[in-house]
Design a protein around this ligand. Sequence first.
Ligand code: FE2
Ligand code: FE2
Length: 297
Amino acid sequence: MAEPEAAAVRGPAARPAAAGRADQSTRVSILFVGDVVGSVGRRTLLDCLPILRERYGPTFIVVNGENVAGGLGITPKAADELLGAGVDAITLGNHTYHRREIYPYLDAQPRIVRPANFLRSQPGHGVCVVERDGARLGVVNLSGNLYLRAGRSAFTEIEVALRELGEVEHVLVDVHAEATSEKVAMGWHLDGRVTAVLGTHTHVPTADARVLPHGTAYITDVGMTGARGGVIGVKREQAIEALLTQMPIRFETSEEDPWLMGVLIRCSQPLRADSIEQVLMPRPAATPRSPAAGQVP
Ligand SMILES: [Fe+2]
Ligand SMILES: [Fe+2]
């Protein structure tokens, strides 16, 4: 059986009472999974989830699904499959609108969020609240403004988004951004005001997971859930050919060496993280309901 690799980074052991009351509703753990790429990423997630549930018993599971449909975007069927597998909320990013059939779904399904700093006129919404075991988790999706198309500033719109959430025990912010500087800055900007600021989009996990001084769990990028044998999810020979020839190439999703990449956050006080640990896990070997890793049909 594949074993998740994890290294926990802990925050300050004790916090002042002013940080808030601790009761059952604030003792939660949150599993957040990075960009699920293609059907191989989806199957990897579905195969890993039972193991991670048993190992960590997460209260909430949040997944970035912006690449779930063939590597670009998400369809209602794929979103339903994730939610049906026990995912509490889905976040997105710059590929939100790649599949037109998702547009009405984004308006109708409260548990899927696209960046809150997109234009208000664009389909969907940027925040949601999910509830489990008496705890409410607010989920906010933001897009970076450097090198990505987002109609409004992430740094101003986060204030609107946090007000929109209302009373919640915990808040997870998925900052979907290219530039590390924007993500690091957002972590500091929100330290002590939200439970976690988690970066996505680059598909490569960073080594800076930590709890910031005022209690916010932070990582610049959690990585992706998909084929490590490719180049950020696409077949490596195609990516290399595109770089070598400087000509347009039709990319296909790689299926080689699939891994789940995410983080687990443990909390015992409202809007504070006790720890954040990376979860980097290869797709488990064959089970009765799935083919072996690397032998995807
Ligand atoms: Fe992205
Ligand atoms: Fe992505």
